[in-house]
Ligand binder design. Structure first.
Ligand SMILES: [Zn+2]
Length: 298
């Protein structure tokens, strides 16, 4: 199939999908949308899914009721062993990009006490410690927490809905590829707000349905819709903004470039600039299937 035929076919499919008005009988989900309260949804079902995905017609939050394997299963059984070992194999690269990310964040907030939710094997924690943060991590996986502790990092078992920390404990919370995994969105955001200090920053990265790949390919963008990711949600910018502002967070625009690499030499600075330019271009051109937003607790 040629590229133009493919696009035409995708558009036809999407039109057909968008005309489908969901009823309680066939959907098993009639809302309200946890982001905007809407009750009208379009539906589609990527090939690998056993249940449909519902797209809120108002805010474009995409929702599925596919039962997470985590229902009754141990977190370490949910993901294949390769999920964590792949992280360990790429630890050096992931630690470097985490450091770049902190370079940008540190323009908005001085290093202080940080919580990485879904810390995995601790790449972000390693970068944070190296940059002078008092870094703590939580992850539901025993394997990951033990790996962090082996590397001398502070980590404990937990999830974002039940954070075993006192109120106002952290200056920064990093939430990368986590929010989409819990059905109770507002409970999660409320719990993070509780442990964040007033004036603290919450950095959120989630899958973005605003990207061109989703708009053009719809359900056929299989990599994005894989059920193996165990996502309940995929966010438009507006949907994420609704969820966060309803909880009382205030959006913070992140600076374009931020601090240069303060601990490295020329190659680190160049690497940072290339990385940041690449991220921004993908963001501006709506090419990135991910979105990053920063939020202040006021
Ligand atoms: Zn909505």
């Amino acid at each position: 199939m040629s590229h133009s035929q493919e696009l035409q076919s995708a558009t036809t499919d999407e039109l057909r999908q968008s005309e489908m008005q969901i009823t309680e009988d066939i959907a098993g989900f009639s809302g309200p949308c946890p982001s905007c309260g809407g009750r009208e949804f379009a539906t589609f079902q990527p090939a690998a899914f056993r249940v449909p995905i519902y797209a809120c017609r108002n805010c474009r939050l995409h929702i599925t009721r596919q039962p997470a394997v985590a229902d009754g299963a141990e977190p370490d059984q949910v993901y294949e062993a390769s999920y964590h070992t792949d992280y360990e194999k790429n630890a050096e690269k992931k630690t470097r990009t985490s450091s770049y990310r902190l370079c940008v964040v540190e323009n908005a907030i001085e290093p202080g006490r940080l919580l990485d939710i879904g810390c995995s094997v601790g790449c972000f924690l390693r970068a944070a410690v190296a940059r002078g943060w008092d870094a703590h991590g939580v992850d539901p996986s025993k394997y990951c927490v033990e790996s962090c502790i082996t590397h001398g990092l502070h980590a404990r078992i937990g999830d974002m809905r039940h954070l075993d920390f006192p109120d106002e404990s952290f200056d920064l919370i990093n939430l990368r590829h986590v929010l989409e995994h819990d059905w109770e969105l507002s409970d999660c955001v409320r719990e993070m707000k509780r442990v964040l200090k007033t004036g603290g920053l919450l950095l959120v990265e989630v899958p973005s349905v605003d990207c061109w790949q989703v708009r053009l390919r719809g359900a056929r963008y299989a990599k994005f819709w894989s059920p193996a990711h165990y996502h309940y949600y995929w966010f438009s910018r507006r949907a994420l903004q609704n969820v966060m502002s309803q909880a009382g967070f205030e959006h913070v625009p992140l600076p374009l470039y931020g601090k240069m690499m303060s601990c490295g030499g020329f190659s680190d600075t160049l690497g940072f600039l290339l990385w940041r330019t690449h991220k921004l271009m993908r963001h501006w051109l709506y090419l990135s299937p991910l979105q990053v937003q920063a939020w202040h607790k006021t």
